[in-house]
Design a protein around this ligand. Sequence first.
Ligand SMILES: [Fe+2]
Ligand SMILES: [Fe+2]
Length: 377
Amino acid sequence: MASDQDILGRADVNDLEAIIAIANTDVHEAIHTVEDNADAIFTWDYEKGARPALNKLYEKAKTSQWNGETDLDWSIDVDPEKVISEMQGSNAAGPFQWIVEHPESPLKNFGDKEWTELGVESLNWRLSQFMHGEQGALICTAKIVETVPWSDAKYYASTQVMDEARHVEVFAKYLQDKLTGYYPINAHLKMLLDDIVADSRWDMTYLGMQIMVEGLALAAFGFMYQLTDEPLLKKLLRYVMSDEARHVAFGVLSLKEYYAELSDVEMRERQEFAFEAAVRMRDRFMQQEVWERMGVDGRKMVKLLLETPPDQQIFQQMLFSKIVPNCKKLGLLDASDQWLRHRFEEIGVIQFEDWADTGEEYLEFDAVTQDRAEAGA
Ligand SMILES: [Fe+2]
Ligand SMILES: [Fe+2]
């Protein structure tokens, strides 16, 4: 069995120095290459609907396509400071409240100007990481088209490739035209995407992308959607979530069948991979690059973020509200002597295990169909 050193490259999940040491060393690189180590698989079994749930998802995807250029109103003017003041409401410190009150807090002298600046930078940073993650999804899904042995899954994955192209497109356009350009990829996220793409096993692409990265994205988009009143961003997020809910369902529906056949040893490898992904995503949300740009001591911030008591970390924990029930549905929490359950307890996210899983939820998220029905009524 692998140790944390093997899984994470550090023996202690909360090793401050090791977390800080993971930084983007080449922010100007234009091309990044990863070996994908996979066989492309043809199948001669063309029976459509052999897996009815995947077939249903494929049919849904074909009728729920949208066009980022014409379905969103790009003539809307966006004032980032106004967007932030609406999001922050009466509580500018938001998830950093505990840190503000800490005696060593680098944020203790923050006034309105600094909070607004932090809000604007954080929004830009978050949308930038969404955009980079979307490119990861584009590449992973193209890989799934090649590697998955089932035709219903190849068909569905091909629709997701188109969805992800549209997502990269709209986030890039929003950042360029409405905000002030984008941040380079966060090094923790990059490490995770590289690991997902490099794995030779087809189900690991799904586990890393559809279950972990997209599960987190769906929760994160949902928060931002609730918090913002900016009409362009709100509709953009609503439409992206409408696709994203199908993507997570694709992961759950595909892996449920495959994982039912795996041995405990094989399941343990999947659990370790899911845990690695969870830790990388938690680490990335410490937004080291934002502190650097703000001139705030990033080392101190990461230290205080790691020390923040669990009951003060509701926002960070909520990001796992889709991932944990989906892992449970796949049997990943309790296989191999409940290994992943214990690890999720350790990082404080197990409380979501009985929340709704995302196997069917995509029908409720289908904003495109809802809007068309309304327009036609
Ligand atoms: Fe996406
Ligand atoms: Fe997606």
